[in-house]
Structures are given as C-alpha cells and as structure tokens.
Write a protein that binds this ligand. Structure first.
Ligand code: S3P
Length: 429
C-alpha cells in the first residue's frame, strides 16, 4: 500500500481523453463469451483488477481466454463443457464478480467454492443467495451464506418469479443468469429500473429475453452464441473528469467514446441540473449500447436535490458528485442512497470523512448526506479506504485545494481505472 501526494496543478484542464472500457459491461461480456459457443473477441475490455477476477473465474472453469493488452479472445465450448474448478475461486474485491458468478455457479452441475478479500467478505451476499435458493440452489456458507466464502453444490434450478427487495442490477443479473441455466421460465420484477447491460448483452449473445419496463422474463435452457463486442468507455470513470473540468477554472475537455446508456447517464443530468456546461452526444452503437462524446467546461455550479429514481442511475458517481457539491453555491441534498453503505467501503462515511478532512461542510445522513457550498478546500490527507472511487474523488479534489492532498492506499484505483493518474497528468499538463 502506498500513498501519493498531489500538488495543486499549475495548469487548467485542457484536451481530450478516452477512458477505459466500462466495468459493468466488461464483466458481462466475458461472462456471456465464456458461457457461449464459439470464439468471441472482446475489445476495449477493462483490464482492471475486478474484471480480471471474472476472467480468472472462467479460466478456473476450464475456458481458454487469451489476453493481449485490452483485447480478449474467448474460446467458448458451451455450457456443458465447463469443468469443475479444482481450487476455490477468488473474487478479490469485486462485488459484481461475486454476485453475477453466484447466479452462474448456482446453476452449473459442478461443485464450486469461492471467497473474496476482507472488504468483499463483509458485503451482503444474502440478496442473491435467498432468491437463488428459491430456485432450488444449494449454497452454503457462514452466517447462513449471507457473506463469502460460499460453496455451491450446483443443482438443477427451477424457473421462479422474483419480486426484488433491493434495487440492484447485480441481483437482477445474477437471477437472469440463473434463469438462463434453469428449467422453465424465470421472471424478475425490479423495484425500479436499474442498469440494463445484462439484458442488452443477452440479446447480443443470442439469448432471448422479454423486457416490459421493470419486469424481465427469460426461458431457461438457452445457450449463448459467440459474438465480437467492443466495450464502450466507462461513464463512471468519465465522471471523475467531468467533475474535474466543471470545478476547475478555465477548463474545457472532451471525453470520447463513452457509454451513454440511459440507465447510467445520471451524472450528465445531475451536472446539467447543477448548472454545468456539459454536452453529451451519441455518435454510434455497439449492439444496443449507445456510445458518444462528452464535452465539459468550467462552470458555476449550484446545489441540487438528488433522490428517488435518480439514485440507481448514478449510484457509483455519488462520491464525485459530493465533491462537485462542495464547490456549488447553496445546499445539495443526497437521499435514498443507503445502498452506498454496502459498497467497497461505507461510501457515506468515507466521503464525509474525506471531504471534511479537506475543509468541506458535509453532514452525514442515514441514507445520504447534506453538503453546504461553496467551500474553498485546503489540502490534507485522505484515505481511499481501499475503495477505488473514494481514492479518485480525493485525487480530483486536489485540483481545487490550495495545498497538497495525500491519498493513502492509491493502488485500489487500479480496480476500475488503471490509467487514472496518467490521464490526470495528461489533462493538466
Ligand atoms: C453494478 C451494479 C451496481 C454498481 C456496481 C456495478 C453492476 O451495484 O454499484 O459498481 O455491474 O451490475 P448494485 O447492483 O449493488 O447496485
């Protein structure tokens, strides 16, 4: 674990950049390619640690996956040819690997055990284990299998109708994957729409599903077919530089080829709502996923309310939006975001601690926070708490601090954005 000290930049942010591939889509692309039949090429794959956990999981299940830079070639032999993993699978820090692979492992006729790092081992798994058990899954583990490590007996699952209790794309996706492997029909009824990459990639890889608003139905026993897929840039990574340019003076940047899926673009809407000069234009599609460029300039921001339906559409962007709010005129209220407490770290506590350490006026709430702005930020020490998005928020804060910011445990940023510091240098030099 090492720290980095970031000094206030000499220059404003200028130029253009391309952010790495989308984390959620990269996980799903390798899942469908690995379960698929035939050779799939995945380009612009996010090679950060989390997505590589999903790659390693399938390698342990006998799938040949070659990597050259950010390109993967996956030699899928089809679901019946997957092999039992001889050793426990390590999900590392990756909540998406843990939840989505639980849906897969529950439905394969193989025994698997799986574990995670100390942070992931504290995060709730019962949200997927309970509904999977309703489908007939045999899953055991500590605390009635509500946390990792878990063991999957691999039983034949039965299609079931699920009314989800949490708004979570990971839970929905785990159940759709289990439904694809099950006998009969599975329906997932969400509390509200969440990111729909699983549904889009299912179509891309030849799986039939039926989507009616927040009700999704899948017939079991389907086998994905191979497909080539270029992963769009990650809007959750772009968000750090969207806010960076908005809060820095005299700045103007373009972020190219970013995924602009309407279930993920809450950051654009919220920044617009705060008064930012931001322009996002779709220029193409990969499968059903829209891709476009985002232009953003220095802006005078104002405080806003962020709540309800908006939350799932920007759940991962709340730490960086909170930083933007410290520079906005007036009060920003973030509520209905209790899910932040179950991320890589408790993100409500981490954001509040770090922003306060830099001089911001922030009050924690059980399901969010209240931020009073604008506040000039001073330098200081921030802790990533091993959470990539908290570390990047601290790094972007250094752009508006009047003294250096030290970020403890900077390595975790590799989880979703291995080239983050290069891009920060590129835009400020
Ligand atoms: C993800 C869904 C979200 C998000 C996470 C990635 C996914 O989690 O926070 O970073 O890829 O499905 P939840 O499903 O827990 O909301």
């Amino acid at each position: 674990m090492s720290a980095i000290e970031l000094r206030p930049p000499q220059n404003n942010l200028r130029g253009s950049l391309t952010v790495p591939g989308d984390k959620s889509i990269s996980h799903r692309a390798v899942i469908f390619a690995s379960l698929g039949q035939g050779v799939s090429q995945i380009t612009n794959f996010l090679t950060g640690e989390d997505c590589m956990r999903t790659v390693e999981a399938f390698r342990q299940l006998g799938v040949q996956i070659e990597q050259s830079g950010n390109e993967l070639t996956v030699y899928g032999k089809g679901i019946p040819h997957l092999k039992e993993a001889e050793l426990p699978i390590n999900f590392g820090n990756s909540g998406t690997t843990a939840r989505l692979m639980s849906g897969v492992l529950a439905g394969l006729p193989l025994f698997t055990s799986a574990y995670g790092d100390p942070s992931l081992s504290k995060r709730p798994m019962d949200r997927v284990v309970h509904p999977l058990r309703e489908m007939g899954a045999s899953i055991s583990g500590r605390k009635n299998a509500s946390v990792l490590p878990l063991a999957f007996e691999g039983t034949k699952l039965k299609g079931t109708t699920h009314h989800l209790q949490v708004r979570s794309a990971q839970v929905k996706s785990a159940l759709l994957l289990a439904g694809m492997l099950a006998e009969g029909e599975t329906t997932v009824v969400e509390l509200g729409v969440t990111r729909n990459h699983t549904e889009m990639l299912m179509s891309q890889f030849g799986i039939n599903i039926d989507v009616e608003g927040s009700k999704i139905t899948i017939q079991g026993g389907q086998q994905p077919t191979a497909s080539n897929f270029r992963v769009p840039g990650d809007i959750s990574s772009a968000a750090f530089f969207i806010v960076a340019a908005a809060i820095s003076s005299n700045s103007s940047i373009t972020i190219k080829d970013v995924g602009l899926n309407s279930t993920r673009d809450g950051i654009i809407q919220v920044m617009e709502h705060m008064g930012a000069s931001v322009d996002a234009n779709i220029h193409s599609y990969v499968g059903d996923e829209p891709v476009g460029d985002i232009q953003i300039k220095s802006s005078a921001l104002k405080g806003v309310r962020i709540e309800g339906e908006m939350i799932p559409n920007l759940i991962d962007e709340i730490p960086i939006v909170a930083l933007a709010a410290t520079q906005a005129e007036g009060t920003t209220i973030i509520k209905d975001a209790r899910e932040l407490r179950f991320k890589e770290t408790d993100r409500i506590a981490a954001v509040v601690n770090n922003l306060r350490a830099l001089g911001a006026h922030v009050e924690p709430q059980e399901d969010g926070m209240i931020i009073h702005g604008p506040t000039p930020l001073k330098g200081g020490k921030v802790d990533s708490f091993g959470d990539h998005r908290i570390g990047m928020m601290g790094a972007i804060a250094s752009l508006v601090c009047d003294a250096p910011v030290t970020i403890e445990d900077k390595e975790c940023i590799n989880i979703s954005y291995p080239t983050f510091f290069d891009h920060l240098n590129q835009l400020t030099n």
